[in-house]
Design a protein around this ligand. Structure first.
Ligand SMILES: Cc1ncc(C[n+]2csc(CCOP(=O)(O)OP(=O)(O)O)c2C)c(N)n1
Length: 204
């Protein structure tokens, strides 16, 4: 099966874009105190660089936990839209979460996948998605029908805007370049957790 059969645009036809630019595009669309969970390393570094919000959670140490955490928040607070920003290497470590998301069908959950084909932050070792694994096809196979590669920046904007209307769960995958994140998140896990709990209104 060719990649082009997996969506409007296949993995290898999608434009290579920039994670910080696309993260800004996501954050600029947030108007309803949406929660955003930034994955380990670059995903949360670029989220941090886009401006800190109490509804942002910055995952510092664990690969693969961004989507499970976002799923938990989405189930706990169904009126709040929740966005998971996750890297391809981290998702590959935790593919089972896609099946759980599909089974539980939270309408308020959007997964944004940054696919640079690399474990970039640990030395740019290649991931399986650089060659053989199509993470959109895997998401669809897991049961997330609303999964697509963003063809370019305009398509990404359109997909994010549609996802924020709560018709999820959805997964938007973007091919991204190997540029490093533009900043580094302050490593203060207690403060990150406390601010997030306040941001979600679960701590007075
Ligand atoms: C369970 C686990 N294994 C390995 C690591 C080391 N590690 C931290 S980030 C990372 C790569 C993450 O790759 P990806 O999610 O694709 O993000 P990128 O670095 O490409 O932005 C690795 C291997 C870790 N933190 N946790």
């Amino acid at each position: 099966m060719s990649h082009s059969q997996t969506g409007a645009v296949g993995a290898h036809n999608a434009k290579v874009m920039n994670r910080f630019d696309l993260t800004k595009r996501v954050v600029d669309k947030l108007k309803r105190e949406e929660a955003v969970i930034g994955g380990i390393g670059n995903a949360n570094f670029d989220l941090w660089a886009c401006g800190q919000r109490p509804q942002n959670f910055y995952m510092l140490g664990s690969m693969g936990l961004t989507i499970p955490i976002a799923l938990g928040v989405a189930i706990a607070q169904p009126k709040r839209h929740v966005i998971a920003l996750e890297g391809d290497g981290s998702l590959l470590m935790q593919l089972g979460c896609l099946a759980t998301v599909a089974m539980l069908r939270p309408a308020n959950l959007t997964i944004v996948l940054w696919d640079n084909g690399l474990y970039q932050i640990t030395g740019s070792q290649t991931t399986a998605s650089a060659t053989t694994a199509d993470l959109v096809a895997i998401a669809r196979g897991a049961g997330i029908a609303d999964a697509a590669w963003a063809a370019d920046e305009d398509d990404f904007d359109r997909l994010v805007a549609a996802a924020l209307k709560d018709g999820g769960p959805s997964l938007i995958a973007a091919r991204i370049d190997g540029k490093p994140a533009v900043a580094t998140t302050d490593r203060d896990p207690v403060q990150i957790r406390e601010r997030f709990m306040h941001g979600l209104g679960v701590k007075g």
